[in-house]
Design a protein around this ligand. Structure first.
Ligand SMILES: [Zn+2]
Length: 111
C-alpha cells in the first residue's frame, strides 16, 4: 500500500525509482525515509509524550506490581540509567532493592 502524501494527504502517490511522488502537489520524498528513522534508534516516550534516551533517569508514575512476586515498585521510585529496548516493555533497568527489570515507558516520567 502506498503511503499518503505527507504534504497534501493525497492517496494517489506512486513510486518512481527510489522516490514516492504525489501527482496532486508534485511533492517527492524518498521511499526509505521511514525505515531510516527506525534504524536510527527506538522511539520511546514517557507517560507525557517526552522522548526518552539511553541513560536517562526516570520516575515511576504508578504503583507497579511485579509479576510473580509480592514486590511493588512504588510511585515516585527513581530509576537511573535506563536502557531502551524493543518490545511491549520498552525500558530495561535496575531498581534499588528490586534488581533488574523491564518497565513500560507509559508508566514513567523523565526525571
Ligand atoms: Zn501531495
Amino acid at each position: 500500500m502506498m503511503p499518503k502524501c505527507p504534504t497534501c494527504s493525497s492517496e494517489y502517490t506512486y513510486e518512481d525509482g527510489s522516490m514516492y511522488v504525489c501527482p496532486e502537489c508534485a511533492h517527492e520524498w524518498p521511499i526509505n525515509a521511514v525505515a531510516e528513522a527506525e534504524e536510527a534508534g527506538l522511539v520511546v516516550r514517557d507517560a507525557y509524550g517526552v522522548l526518552l534516551n539511553e541513560g536517562d533517569a526516570v520516575t515511576v508514575v504508578k504503583d507497579l506490581k511485579i509479576k510473580g512476586s509480592s514486590l511493588v515498585v512504588k510511585v515516585g521510585t527513581k530509576v537511573r540509567n535506563i536502557r531502551l529496548i524493543d518490545g511491549d516493555h520498552n525500558i530495561d533497568c535496575k531498581i534499588d532493592g528490586i534488581g533488574a527489570m523491564q518497565l513500560k515507558s507509559e508508566f514513567v516520567k523523565k526525571a
